[in-house]
Design a binder for this molecule. Structure first.
Ligand SMILES: [Mg+2]
Length: 215
């Protein structure tokens, strides 16, 4: 990996928007309604950072849980309502992005349409509108490298000069598998900095420190 980087690839949930708590609380509640009673910590530990199709596979394989056909549609409706009620941008992220001296983009396990919604609610959409990449666009989501490699290629950068900012273990693994540097952001309530650090990420917890970490 080469340093300093030429491109910053941001994860969305838990890095740009503080969405993990409302999203995981809603997911936990709806799984309980299906008879799977996980704690919030268990829900986060199992599902955070994964795409919804990957969540469905994991729940089927681990718990033999077959979700109803409309489960993810209803989950999205209830999650979006929770976002309308309580979603905020990660503190300091707008200034940190506006002050970046490098090109940047966002690459999320979530859908492009979901990013439009969450970034729009939090005043960040104009910064990322033309540079959004989603697991929908590749064969395999995180922890596979496909999404970050796709984002780097679309942005015109070599993977080894990209740095990824991630708050989840699948995301850190995906960045490493792509041959990219990775910063682990542990500044939100559900982030586990020890876990990110043990996986090899350089951990930070205040977006005001981002600029200094990129030189
Ligand atoms: Mg995340």
């Amino acid at each position: 990996m080469a340093w300093p980087p030429t491109l910053v690839i941001f994860d969305c949930d838990g890095v740009l928007v503080d969405s993990e708590l409302p999203a995981n609380r809603t997911f936990r509640l709806m799984l309980a309604e299906q008879g799977l009673d996980l704690s919030l910590a268990e829900t986060v530990g199992l599902l955070k950072g994964l795409s919804l199709p990957a969540c469905a596979v994991l729940l089927r394989e681990r718990f033999d849980l077959a979700l109803p056909d409309d489960f993810f549609d209803r989950l999205q409706q209830r999650t979006y309502q929770a976002f309308r009620d309580e979603l905020s941008a990660v503190p300091g992220i707008k200034d940190a992005v506006e002050d970046l001296a490098l090109p940047f983009c966002v690459a999320s396990s979530g859908a492009i349409e979901k990013m439009h919604f969450t970034l729009g609610l939090t005043g960040l959409l104009d910064l990322f509108r033309d540079r959004m990449y989603s697991a929908e666009q590749v064969a395999r989501g995180k922890p596979f490298p496909d999404l970050f490699l796709h984002a780097a290629q679309q942005m015109g950068h070599s993977p080894d000069t990209c740095v990824v900012v991630e708050d989840s273990l699948p995301g850190v693994k995906a960045a490493q598998a792509a041959g990219m540097s990775v910063l682990g952001f542990a500044g939100t309530e559900l982030a586990d900095g020890d876990e990110l650090g043990a996986a090899g990420a350089t951990v930070f917890s205040d977006m005001r420190d981002l600029g200094a970490l990129l030189v």
